[in-house]
Ligand binder design. Structure first.
Ligand code: ATP
Ligand code: MG
Length: 302
């Protein structure tokens, strides 16, 4: 399929889930079981479309790399078992590994805790010409840390900067940080894979029952379910406070994994297509050199 058609379709599939103005957003606006016109069952058609998108993404990434001006940062956030890893694996399956970097952010270690909370993420930002994926990110600082404020104790913050508005201040810092990145040529898209609590229960049970999935099971994850409502509130507030035109959130229905992957891939394609990527034109002097090199090669028999 022609790139322009895949791009147009990617816009249609991703924009219904894009939030560019946080103030109007409510989490209840998005149904985790939504699958647009796929009707919830039409998996094979979605898989076919994803294959076309993987091809399109590979073409766009080559241009991004050759042009070497823009970078793309994709931030992926979700509750456990919402399908972050699978989405990254499938969506990026066709891109040249040289042009793509994936970083996972876990509980901060002692070196990381000796710095401000953005530090470890800043070190991993994508270079120009690359796609960088953050599997979790600085958003954990307004999500898990908000749900478990005792985590702040480990952060060694001086008492004078640990005011009552700490999380509001973090939102402000994140907005400024993302604005700074955007102004310097990093396109940003942020994903919340929005899964229902019932679906998470099903997936945890599957992890317990199927031997190949047991390695993924963690008792801690099950305990976190007790805080589900607090997490949802933290997610909603984070999205409301940080969704902007230059760093939009995509709140992606995540009860059907095949649909989640299609929307994530669509959003990345839509973002890249908005950058007007093109192969650099060689300057006239280089054109003359290319012509001379060609003539030189043609002149000789071997
Ligand atoms: P998976 O479970 O699919 O392998 P994951 O991203 O859940 O992937 P884990 O190692 O299970 O990886 O979990 C990482 C944990 O680190 C999460 O519980 C997350 O909330 C926590 N985490 C990440 N960043 C921070 C942070 N800044 N402060 C405290 N906890 C954090
Ligand atoms: Mg986990």
């Amino acid at each position: 399929m022609k790139l322009s058609r895949v791009v147009a379709r990617a816009g249609k599939l991703s924009r219904p889930f894009r939030v560019t103005n946080g103030r109007r957003f409510r989490l209840t606006d998005v149904d985790p079981g939504d699958a647009l016109d796929f009707g919830g069952k039409d998996k094979s058609r979605a898989v076919e479309e994803l294959a076309q998108q993987v091809e399109a993404l590979s073409q766009l990434q080559e241009r991004l790399y050759a042009q070497d001006r823009w970078a793309l940062l994709a931030v992926i956030q979700a509750m456990d078992a919402a399908g972050k890893d699978g989405a990254i694996k499938h969506v990026m399956s066709g891109v040249n590994p040289q042009g793509c970097q994936v970083f996972s952010f876990k509980v901060p270690n002692s070196e990381e805790l000796d710095h401000d909370y953005l530090w470890r993420c800043v070190r991993c930002l994508p270079e120009r010409g690359r796609i960088g994926i953050f599997n979790r990110s600085y958003y954990e600082e307004v999500l898990v840390v908000r749900v478990h404020p005792e985590l702040l104790e480990r952060q060694k913050l001086p008492a004078a900067v640990r005011g009552r508005n700490l999380f509001q201040e973090r939102f402000e810092d994140i907005r400024h940080f993302e604005h700074h990145l955007a102004r310097n040529g990093t396109a940003i898209c942020k994903f919340f894979l929005h899964m229902s609590k019932e679906e998470q229960k099903k997936r945890f049970l599957a992890r317990l029952e199927e031997p190949e999935k047991q390695w993924k099971f963690s008792a801690v994850d099950v305990r976190e379910r007790r805080y589900w409502n607090q997490y949802m509130h933290a997610y909603e507030d984070a999205i409301r406070s940080t969704a902007t035109a230059h760093a939009p959130w995509y709140v992606v229905p995540a009860d059907h994994k095949w649909f989640t992957r299609l929307v994530v891939s669509s959003a990345i394609i839509d973002t890249l297509a908005g950058l007007d990527l093109r192969y650099p034109e060689p300057p006239p002097s280089a054109k003359r050199e290319l012509q001379a090199a060609k003539e030189e090669l043609m002149k000789r028999r071997t």
